[in-house]
Design a binder for this molecule. Structure first.
Ligand SMILES: [Zn+2]
Length: 87
């Protein structure tokens, strides 16, 4: 695990497809199918010591990914100061 977590090159794309192949659906709401856009979510965020290991990655749909980060449509309208550490 010496790889730089910030590297989002080819290895990440491969990991991403591995995670989606494994889950084949959103792990939160179960959405699947050609109309679903998947996002890869870190169970333990990189900023909190998480890794790109497969067991730290889950497939989420776009909606659930937003929700997982507290950026749902409702929340987006009123920014909460102090919680957006990554951006
Ligand atoms: Zn979902």
């Amino acid at each position: 695990m010496a790889a730089d977590n910030r590297d989002r090159g080819r290895p990440w794309r491969r990991l991403r497809s591995q995670v989606i192949e494994r889950d084949r659906a959103c792990r939160r709401c179960g959405a699947s199918g050609p109309g679903v856009a998947y996002r890869i979510h870190h169970v333990v965020p990189l900023a909190q010591g998480g890794t790109d290991a497969l067991d730290n990655l889950v497939t989420l749909c776009v909606e659930c990914h937003h929700a997982a980060h507290g950026n749902g449509r409702r929340a987006a309208r009123r920014p909460v100061e102090g919680t957006l550490l990554l951006y």
